[in-house]
Design a protein around this ligand. Structure first.
Ligand code: GLC
Length: 471
């Protein structure tokens, strides 16, 4: 199992590297920059969607599951990228978006029965979409109402229809035949809905993660989070064989075991969304670590960037935590540089406000950061202040800390035990090593042992630092 303690690097294709000067990243650009991933020492890359898309949800509205969006290149560019990744000993994961297609996918007109329609002339229930508003919209052409768990441009597929299951299995096989090594599986807590379309009941306890105000008021009992989804995903698993499947399940850790019956990994949202506070982090880590197959992740294209969430002063300690926990970790592009949220765009490209997490990679100090020779689709944030060229080889840089961590993590034993630590400290044993992370602005006591890696010069465990020692 190549992925058991892998580090997967998330590439946001629009913003990684542009090779043709149109200001949008592309597959050839990614191939040109793969050495950066090899230099860091990660094991794999995950590409956010590369399929043809009208971009209502920036690629998560797919209009052809077995194509490459011309803005990103061609199928043969993808083949070249996969081959180059494999030569560099990097595995490649694609994003698989099974819950919904784009409304412009030909299936929506050719196979309307592959989608979910209201049996009445209007919304049949109180379900709300993830980004707010009703989950039902009227299709102007047919006059019927269809279900969309996300934007209205993303009609939900009906996974109770065997033809949908088979078509999507075909998609999985198509990409595996082209050599990809697995998939990140999008939004699967919404994959299946109640067959009777019953109303979601009012929420009795607050949901632990951010939701739209309308969604907050309801418990997602019938509009998603259905046990039937496990069976549907079983069909995906059957098509995927032993390829890696990482699920995006926006639910608390306690609910993950059933999803892990069919998936290899799920993202740990409690950890991702935890404030930078030792108590809260420990509470997120403990149950997730027990499941062993919860992937550690601290940011992605949907949530505030790591530097913005934890503050630049905590970035080095956060890197140590992310990369020393047991099992698989995901790193979002740019986090290794300390890239913070950017200004986004006016008017916004993404109606849910996520442009500011998606600014281009900063390769050099030039005005377009080496990302493009043209006009970047989103401006660069601060290439003069942080870029790969400047940080590479500088022993004090965040980039070089990531690189050292990636090599030290190979030497950590399988074992994992959270330790009782001083207030504000997350500490744990990895076999013969101890890791201590000080989340506070004051010094704390360093664990005894021979230092292997520190975020700081000098002894001890100063404010906002972390340390790995050999016991
Ligand atoms: C996932 C993606 C997000 C997208 C949504 C709908 O949560 O990460 O970017 O908007 O699914 O596909």
């Amino acid at each position: 199992m190549w992925w058991r303690d892998a580090v997967v690097y998330q590439v946001y294709p629009r913003s990684f590297q542009d090779s043709d000067g149109d200001g949008v990243g592309d597959l050839r650009g990614i191939a040109q920059r793969l050495e950066h991933l090899a230099y860091l020492g990660v094991d794999a890359l995950w590409l956010s969607p590369i399929y043809p898309s009208p971009l209502a949800d920036f690629g998560y509205d797919v209009s052809d599951y077995t194509g490459v969006d011309p803005r990103f290149g061609t199928l043969s560019d993808l083949d070249v990228l996969v081959a180059k990744a494999h030569r560099l000993d990097l595995r490649l994961l694609l994003d698989f978006v099974p819950c919904h297609t784009s409304i412009e996918h030909p299936w929506f007109r050719e196979h309307p029965d592959w989608y979910i329609w209201s049996p009445v002339d209007g919304p049949p229930n109180n379900w709300v979409a993830a980004f707010g508003g009703p989950a039902w919209s009227r299709d102007e052409r047919s006059g019927r109402w269809y279900l969309h768990s996300f934007y209205p441009e993303q009609p939900d597929l009906d996974w109770r229809n065997q033809e949908v299951v088979e078509a999507m299995q075909g998609v999985v096989r198509f990409w595996l035949d082209r050599g990809v090594d697995g998939f990140r599986v999008d939004a699967i807590d919404r994959l299946m809905k109640d067959a009777e379309l019953r109303d979601d009941p009012p929420a009795t306890t607050p949901f632990p993660f951010p939701l739209s105000p309308e969604a907050e008021r309801l418990e997602m009992r019938y509009s998603g989070n259905r046990p039937e989804a496990i069976e549907a995903l079983g069909a995906v698993r059957a098509a995927a064989g032993d390829a890696l499947l990482v699920g995006e399940v926006y639910r608390p850790t306690a609910e993950y075991p059933r999803w892990l019956e069919v998936l290899d990994l799920v993202f740990g949202f409690e950890f991702l969304l935890s404030p930078w506070d030792a108590e809260r982090l420990r509470a997120a880590i403990e149950p997730a670590a027990r499941l062993e197959r919860v992937a550690w992740v601290m940011s992605n294209h949907d949530f505030d960037r790591l530097a913005t969430r934890v503050g630049p002063e905590n970035l080095r300690a956060a890197a140590v935590l992310l990369l020393t926990l047991p099992g698989v970790a995901f790193v979002y592009q740019g986090d290794e540089l300390g890239l913070a949220n950017g200004p986004g765009h006016e008017p916004p490209f993404d109606r849910a406000g996520r442009d500011r997490l998606r600014h281009p990679m900063q390769w050099d100090a030039g005005p377009t950061g080496g990302f493009t020779t043209g006009e970047p689709w989103l401006p660069l944030v601060d290439p003069q202040e942080r870029n790969v060229g400047a940080q590479r080889g500088d022993p004090g840089s965040l980039l070089e800390l990531y690189r050292r961590l990636l090599s030290v993590r190979r030497t950590l034993d399988d074992g994992f035990r959270l330790l009782n630590a001083e207030p504000g400290v997350v500490a744990f044993e990895r076999g013969a090593h101890t890791v201590a992370v000080n989340t506070t602005g004051e010094p704390r006591t360093a664990p005894p042992g021979e230092p292997v890696l520190a975020t700081h010069d000098g002894p001890g465990l100063p404010a906002q630092s972390a340390l790995i020692v050999r016991n």
